[in-house]
Write a protein that binds this ligand. Sequence first.
Ligand SMILES: [Zn+2]
Ligand SMILES: [Zn+2]
Length: 206
Amino acid sequence: MGRRPAARKRSGPSRGAVRADEGNRLVSLDLRSLDLVPGTARALDVEIPVAPLRIGGEDYTADPAAPPVRLDVVRLGKGWHFRMRSTLHVAGPCWRCLEEAHPAVAIDATEVSIEGADDPEMVSLYLEQGVLDVADWARDAVAEALPPTILCDEQCAGLCTICGANLNHGDCGCGAGSVDPRWSALAELAERLRGPGVGPDTEDAT
Ligand SMILES: [Zn+2]
Ligand SMILES: [Zn+2]
């Protein structure tokens, strides 16, 4: 699971869904504004901005920057249950060739918050004073749903370890005849030993 984030078919709006409109951006959700009584639920179609993720010193940005998100909110007797679903892409350098990678990411995360619960699992870190920090949650959910390696393509050939050329653009030419740089030093030495000190870099001159 999570290895192949299959593109999830977006289901139609369920009863009570709020359709996404232009400018339906949501950074935080004040639960009081939903006016839910215990035992009722609301489905929200919103766009949540996802801040860039920094991985290995590189920025990975969500595409779109504020992906469409289905947010399900259930008012429980003494708390809340939340579910966040979205499919988006993440753009940033490929881990093998450093050119742009654009993997699809599917998120499906849930949070529970029960009043007065001792179990930390039952106390959402994203809920404070009745306000759900959906932007923070979305960013963490994207980070968790990233593929284990971010590649421009599963078949990415990477860079030549000798000349640094991008091997996806074709053979660099130095691979076939050349050997590991450690061996080329030995080859030079062999050359010197074979010839009677005619090389420009011979060190055994007196
Ligand atoms: Zn690549
Ligand atoms: Zn090369």
